[in-house]
Design a protein around this ligand. Sequence first.
Ligand code: GLN
Length: 550
Amino acid sequence: MTKYVFVTGGVSSSLGKGLTASSLGRLLKSRGLKVTMCKLDPYLNVDPGTMNPGEHGEVFVTDDGGETDLDLGHYERFIDESLSRMSNTTTGSIYSKVIAKERRGDYLGKTVQVIPHITDEIKDRLRRLSTLGADVAIVEIGGTVGDMEIIPFLEAIRQFRHDAGRGNVCYVHLTLVPYLAPSGEQKTKPTQHSVTELRSFGIQPDVIVCRSDQPISDGLKRKISLMCDVPNHAVISAIDAPSIYDIPLNMHNEGLDRIVCDTISIDVGEHPIDLGPWEEVVHRVHHTSKTLRIGIVGKYVTMPDAYLSVAESVRHAGFAIGATTKIEWLEAERVPTEIDAARLRQLDGIIVPGGFGERGIEGMVATARIARENQIPLLGICLGMQVMVIEFARHVLGLADAHSTEFSLTTTSPVIALMEEQMDVTDMGGTMRLGACPAMLAPDSQVAGLYGATVVSERHRHRYEFNSRFVEQYEAGGMRCSGTSPDGRLVEFVEMPTHPYFVGTQAHPEFKSRPDRPHPLFQGLIDAASLRAEGREPHILDPNTVDAVR
Ligand code: GLN
């Protein structure tokens, strides 16, 4: 039987509910329990696929083609389980289901209402998680207690404990304990108010996780315990951590997994914890002997969450070779005018990540050219591969107006094009190649060497494809189409044998990297970057574009 842990947040958004939930997931998994996770998002979009990554962060893609919230990326990286579209539900998807049922006549005669129809649909989806066979399902409620949008979710999870029984459900509430410099004190009042608010919906938290920039004293814990009516040891101090990968160990030291297990009647004696593998990850994070500078040249670089999984994948590959990776976020539109070849040459490696729309495309093409001509390691991801292909056509194959039909319908060399021109592109949610697709790699290719395999599977999210009409021209010109779909029709990987690392993939490998199992394509980039760094001139970093290691 699956037990449920619900994670809510109070006081403020961006407290790290996703990371807290993920860390708990990792700890329970380290106790030998089978864990699954789910995010309930309170917005009306049916899924985040249509949301601007510059505002909402990346769209995380699951194997089954779900376009989901970026927190699922944290979940997968921490619990190391592939999740599915079942693991993300939005208010929009709940309402559209209920309204479709109403139109079909499923509720004939009834007034369809938020309670019980919306809350029942939420509970159905929560119950369905139990079909995955997990011991524990950790469910994060997006938004902050006090937002009117999340009220139906709170009511549904309140009812859920009533239905499932007390020993089967645990409520974890995350709050902020601010430090007020003038009085030199940490303040518990926001936590008290937030718990009062949660209680007004009938939910008494079992565990309170307090985010703060310094440890919460025992005295303060006692106060929170008394005022919020939770046991003293159920007040968990979660201080800012140097790396997100430290959080599970910090949470364990505070006793989070133990109190959760006690609440849902899991005997910790029967499930001793083995933190060894995670401690190994954390050791690597903090014991690096070199620093590599990796540029990410994209469209949404002012919002690094737009490339969250890419950045984490870079870090994972760095951990594996004892390298700290400093990511320089570079606005594609500023290349090559403000960010010129000399500047890019200071980097050890470059990534051109995925994206949609025309803004910045010429800057990405210029980046690919600079990387190719200067032997700078480059990994092109999805749109990044497409710009590598466009650049190569223009400057090596002599197809001066080569382009993708996403950006030019008049190009005489549509090297990237829709394969199904007749596709109905008015339904923006339904025309993409989404989710895991197999690919066959040429046995003697660089990518096959990196993967150590000739059949691989990666997740996709795109409409346009390499136009196979041009394959022979590319191969003759020196760019190898080194991996294709099993039927040979779609080009999935390109590489340049005369370049240290010039690899493009039509897929999104960043979704499958793990802190202890970096993705081969990122590892290839970081290994090449490391070699380049050995011969690199030291240079001064621009503090405005350098992201601290997380
Ligand atoms: N815009 C491109 C396409 O739809 C690339 C998409 C992406 O990078 N995810 O094919």
